[in-house]
Ligand binder design. Sequence first.
Ligand code: B1M
Length: 233
Amino acid sequence: MTDDDEIILADLDDEELVQQMHDDLYDGLQDEIVESVHILLSRNWTPYDVLTKALVEGMTIVGIDFRDGILFVPEVLMAANAMKAGMVVLRPLLAETGAPRVGKAVIGTVKGDIHDIGKNLVSMMWEGAGFEVIDIGINNPVENYLEALEEHKPDILGMSALLTTTMPYMKVVIDTMIEKGIRDDYIVLVGGAPLNEAFSQSVGADAYCRDAAVAVDTAKALIAQKMHTAEVG
Ligand code: B1M
């Protein structure tokens, strides 16, 4: 095949198609990503597998080349937009599991940080698991978090940070909650690529969530624990 030959996505087998999706994500090709997502779904792939195996894995490759100076911000932005286009298709499917309402969560990316793909994924997975999710977006100063807590009275506050320079802001939010005497009214969960469990403990969060699936399990477990504590005592 020459470079000029058009690839018919539907003719590729699953493995080739996923590989092609990684390439298309890398090249920021939104239409191709959307078409491939539909093809995998039509082949009975679960929305979660499409998300993790095709989109998230593809974005990991983009991240490595960004780190190594092979890709630059405009290209990464195009890749991110292609990923988001794929997520638009998956979002209703992930939310449509018919799971009973298990709780309410507010989530947002911290001040100074505009990365939102991971946060969006957590939102989608929480919705799919039966949480009502209020997503307050990116670049949130502490006031935004406090307003959202006051307005929506969630069970959980989720914070995302992707930069080592912005992750310390989580402590600003939690310390302000302590000052206002509302820290223990909420389960505070944190996540983002540069974080870890030790960091989460050091800022006073209830738990660190490595990925969106862990965010679902952790949210469910801590809500169950809170309800149990409320019942017995
Ligand atoms: Co940025 N960026 N970026 N970037 N970017 C990183 C984070 C970086 C690691 C790249 C690199 O060098 N390898 C690096 C940070 C280095 C560091 O801090 N040590 C970096 C940098 C340096 C920057 C800029 C400073 C670049 C520049 O301008 N020179 C700039 C900063 C802008 C800002 O925020 N102020 C910048 C800009 C951008 C783009 C705008 C181009 C774009 C963002 C587009 C968007 O989000 N709309 C972008 C992208 C896409 C990335 C990478 C390549 C991919 C991030 C991503 O979406 N991953 C990233 C490299 C990487 O992480 N490998 C990088 C996919 C996503 C599914 O994973 O976000 O980790 P992730 O989310 C996971 C978990 O972490 C967890 O669950 C998610 C799903 O499994 N999780 C949570 C996340 N949040 C959670 C919240 C929770 C729970 C779990 O709450 C309960």
